[in-house]
Design a protein around this ligand. Structure first.
Ligand code: UDP
Ligand code: MG
Length: 311
């Protein structure tokens, strides 16, 4: 394709078993983009779907020149899919969007409007979120921790309705590490980020493609992939506990001199001991996380394997 025909806007959509939503999504997305009036491309990344999403995507590609499709050979996860889409995107601005219609395509205009001077990443913040309350509670905690770890305060790191400028996309793509929580990665490179409220719909078909374990895994990845803060907190706690232990010993020593040796209260000591043992196991686990991370880096395995590209 010649430089003149290069799209201004690339929309990247990760797809995992979304055959029922894709038709609707493509229709609404195309309408919304038409209204914006910018040359665009839509990149669907099929993350190893097994439900016929591939056939729907092939049909969409056949009917719409703006649609490009990348297919993985199996399921590598949403962020790997977005990464692959970004690698192929040619636009000056890349917008990411979920395929399940929970992110209304009609909000893209609002994201782009906020991508003004100096701002190179705009995140959507889901208002009146249609997810179970437990999931929302977990998200709240994750957003707090992620903000601390990344050092950029955002109220909704989990919302994938986002817009990125080319400069930030290139930085993300240059990251060789195994961690690829894209919103966090983007914020570490952005000069300035903005957050705009966006609508959030219920899932049109089926349930979330994330199980509890998967979410936990993603969050561990986030925690240890972006800073040494967790391990530093553990070290600090260790120092604090040692100081407390020392104080305790002094108190016991004085008590022995003034009142005599103590024999009771053994079980209290057990309680204290269990607390410390718990801390130690946590510390070990954290160290393990970092060691595991180094192991993954050393293996240098590809993030994904592509089976088919339609463009
Ligand atoms: N997704 C994906 N690979 C996965 C899981 C999800 O590409 O392994 C896609 C999914 O098709 C959807 C988006 O990522 O387009 C968000 O997934 P989901 O709606 O299940 O997440 P939730 O809305 O519950 O956070
Ligand atoms: Mg969803």
């Amino acid at each position: 394709m010649s430089a003149a025909a290069r799209p201004e806007l690339s929309v990247v959509v990760p797809v995992f078993n979304e055959s029922e939503s894709l038709g609707d999504l493509h229709h609404r997305l195309t309408q919304a983009l038409k209204q914006l009036g910018r040359p665009h491309e839509i990149i669907f990344v099929d993350d190893g779907s097994g439900d016929g999403s591939a056939d729907v995507l092939r049909a969409l590609h056949a009917q719409d020149r703006a649609v490009r499709v990348v297919r993985f050979n199996r399921n590598y996860g949403q962020h790997a899919a977005v990464f692959a889409g970004m690698e192929r995107a040619r636009g000056d601005v890349v917008v990411t969007l979920d395929a399940d219609l929970q992110n209304p395509p009609e909000e893209i205009g609002r994201l782009l409007a906020a991508l003004g001077d100096g701002v190179d990443v705009v995140g959507g913040r889901r208002v009146s979120r249609h997810d179970p309350w437990l999931r929302r509670l977990a998200s709240w905690a994750v957003n707090r921790v992620t903000s601390a770890v990344v050092g950029v305060r955002m109220r909704d790191y989990g919302c994938m309705l986002r817009a990125y400028r080319r400069s930030v996309v290139d930085q993300i793509l240059a990251c060789q590490g195994v961690s690829h929580f894209i919103p966090a990665l983007a914020n570490t490179f952005a000069t300035s980020v903005a957050e705009v409220p966006v609508a959030h719909g219920p899932r049109a078909h089926g349930g979330s493609r994330y199980g509890l374990l998967r979410l936990l895994g993603l969050n561990f990845d986030l925690l240890t992939g972006f800073s040494l803060l967790p391990i530093q907190v553990v070290s600090l706690t260790g120092v604090l506990v040692s100081i407390l232990g020392l104080g305790f010993a002094v108190v016991l020593g004085l008590r022995r001199l003034l009142i005599g040796p103590e024999v009771e209260g053994v079980f209290t000591l057990f309680a204290i001991l269990f607390f410390f043992v718990g801390l130690q196991i946590l510390a070990l686990g954290l160290i393990g996380e970092y060691v595991g991370r180094i192991y993954q880096e050393v293996r240098r395995r590809p993030r994904y394997v592509i089976r088919e590209v339609l463009e």
